[in-house]
Write a protein that binds this ligand. Structure first.
Ligand code: ADP
Length: 400
C-alpha cells in the first residue's frame, strides 16, 4: 500500500511517497516559494538524480498539481497513476484539545481545524489549504490528519495548566499544548525497540533539538509533560526563539524600545535564541566554528542552550521518578556530538554517563552512553513522515 505524506507550510510543501508494505521511501520532494515569484519544485525519485522544475505556482493547489505530475511521470515518477496511492497523510500542527490521535479527515475535522486557526495562525491555514488542494485533485482518496499536538494530549492538568485565572483556560483554552508530538512518539517507540522492551514498561526523556526544539517526558508510552507550551515559543532556547522567559520582560522591552508587545513577541520568535545571544547565527555549525575562532558569545549561546536542555531533563527525571533513557534527535540532536556532551556532562549523580567515543557519531540509531550508565543515552534519527504514513495506514485499514 502506497501512501503520500504531505506537510504544507505557508509558502512551502514537503512530500514523500512511501511503500508501506515494507516501509520504504519511494520518492520525496520539496516545493518552495508557493505564491511568490520563483516557485520551484525539487523532486527526487529515490536512487535517481533530483528533478528540478521552475514554474509559476500561485497557490498550494498549483503546487500539488505539479507534485502529482512528477509522481506519475514516466521517468521521475513512482506510480503509473494516482489511483495507486491508497491514502494521503497530512501533517497538521494544531488540533487543540479536540484530537488525541490521528483521524480520518471529514468535514467535521476540517471545521475543528478551522476553529484552531486562532491557536496556530501561522501553521494551520497552510495545513488546511494543503488538505483542500489534495481533496480537489484526489477526490476519491482517503485523507488522514496527523497532529503535532495529539501525542501530548495525555498530559494531566497539573502539567498543562498555567497558573493564571482559570477562566482564561475556560474561555480561550489557554494551556500548554506541546508540539513535535509525532517525533517524540516515534523516537520513544524506537528507544523501546532498541532496549528490547515494551514502550509501556519504560520511562524516556526525548530531546528533539532542531531549529525548533522541545523535550518530552514519556512514561509507559504516554506523554506526561513537554517543554513547548501554548505556542512553539515556550520551553527550550532555540535557533532564533527565546524559549521560556519571565513574561514581565515583554512589557519592559516594549516600553524601553517604544514598540508594541506583538513586536516584542516577533523578536522573541525570530531574533532571539542562540542567534540572539551570539549575534552570529542560529545554525549550530556556524556557532561551533565561531567558538573555535574564540568568539565568546558563540560559546555563551551554546552553554545557555545546553543548560536549558539539562534543566528539562532533570525536571522530567524528577517527574517520572527516574528515566531508563534519554534520546537525542533532530538536526542538532542527531549531528552535534559536542552539544550532546555539553548537555550530558556532570550528570553522573543522576546515573547519566556519556561515552565520548561512542558519542562521536552522526545520524544513526545507537547507544552513546557507557555500559555502566544507569540511564542509557541514545541517538535516534527522527522520522516524522514514516510515523504519519503508519498512522495513515492504520486508520485507512479500519475503513475496509
Ligand atoms: P527544523 O526541522 O526544525 O528546521 P532540523 O531538525 O533540520 O530543523 O535542524 C536544523 C539544525 O540542525 C540546523 O539549524 C543546525 O543548527 C543543526 N545541524 C545540522 N547539521 C549539524 C551538524 N553537523 N552539526 C551541528 N548542528 C547541525
Amino acid at each position: 500500500m502506497k501512501v503520500l505524506v504531505v506537510n504544507c507550510g505557508s509558502s512551502s510543501l514537503k512530500y514523500q511517497v512511501l511503500e508501506m508494505d515494507d516501509s520504504t521511501l519511494l520518492a520525496k520532494g520539496l516545493v518552495e516559494r508557493i505564491g511568490i515569484d520563483g516557485s520551484v519544485m525539487k523532486h527526487e525519485k529515490i536512487g535517481m538524480d533530483k528533478y528540478i522544475l521552475e514554474a509559476p505556482m500561485k497557490n498550494h493547489k498549483d503546487a500539488i498539481g505539479y507534485v502529482l505530475e512528477a509522481l506519475t511521470d514516466k521517468e521521475h515518477g513512482v506510480v503509473a497513476s494516482m489511483d495507486e496511492i491508497s491514502a494521503v497523510g497530512h501533517r497538521v500542527v494544531h488540533a487543540g484539545e479536540k484530537y488525541a490521535s490521528s483521524v480520518l479527515i471529514t468535514q467535521d475535522v476540517m471545521d475543528a481545524l478551522e476553529e484552531c486557526i486562532d491557536l496556530a495562525p501561522l501553521h494551520n491555514p497552510p495545513n488546511i489549504l494543503g488538505i483542500r488542494a489534495c481533496q480537489e485533485l484526489m477526490p476519491e482518496t482517503p485523507m488522514v490528519g496527523v497532529f503535532d499536538t495529539a501525542f501530548h494530549q495525555t498530559m494531566k492538568p497539573e502539567n498543562y495548566l498555567y497558573a493564571i485565572p482559570y477562566e482564561y483556560y475556560e474561555k480561550y483554552k489557554i494551556r500548554k499544548y506541546g508540539f513535535h508530538g509525532t517525533s517524540h512518539k516515534y523516537v520513544s517507540m524506537r528507544a523501546a525497540a532498541m532496549l528490547n522492551k515494551d514502550v509501556k514498561d519504560i520511562k524516556v526523556v526525548t530531546c528533539h533539538l532542531g531549529n525548533g526544539a522541545s523535550c518530552a517526558a514519556v512514561k509507559n508510552g504516554v506523554c506526561i509533560d513537554t517543554s513547548m507550551g501554548f505556542t512553539p515559543l515556550d520551553g527550550l532556547v532555540m535557533g532564533t526563539r527565546s524559549g521560556a522567559i519571565d513574561p514581565a520582560v515583554i512589557t519592559f522591552i516594549a516600553e524601553k524600545e517604544g514598540i508594541g508587545a506583538d513586536e516584542v513577541i516577533n523578536i522573541l520568535n525570530k531574533k532571539s535564541g542562540v542567534a540572539g545571544i551570539s549575534g552570529v547565527s542560529s545554525d549550530f555549525r556556524d556557532l561551533e566554528e565561531a567558538e573555535a575562532q574564540g568568539n565568546e558569545r558563540a560559546t555563551l549561546a551554546l552553554q545557555v542552550f545546553a543548560m536549558r536542555v539539562k534543566s528539562f531533563i532533570g525536571s522530567y527525571m524528577a517527574k517520572m521518578n527516574g528515566a531508563d533513557c534519554i534520546v537525542f534527535t533532530a538536526g542538532v540532536g542527531e549531528n552535534d556530538p559536542s552539544m550532546r556532551k555539553l548537555i550530558c556532562s556532570d550528570m553522573e549523580g543522576l546515573g547519566v554517563e556519556l561515552d565520548d567515543e561512542k558519542n562521536n557519531v552522526r545520524g544513526k540509531e545507537t547507544v552513546i552512553s557507557k555500559d555502566s550508565s544507569k540511564v542509557k543515552v541514545m541517538l535516534i534519527p527522527t522520522n516524522e513522515e514514516l510515523t504519519i504514513a503508519q498512522d495513515t495506514v492504520e486508520i485507512v485499514g479500519k475503513l475496509k
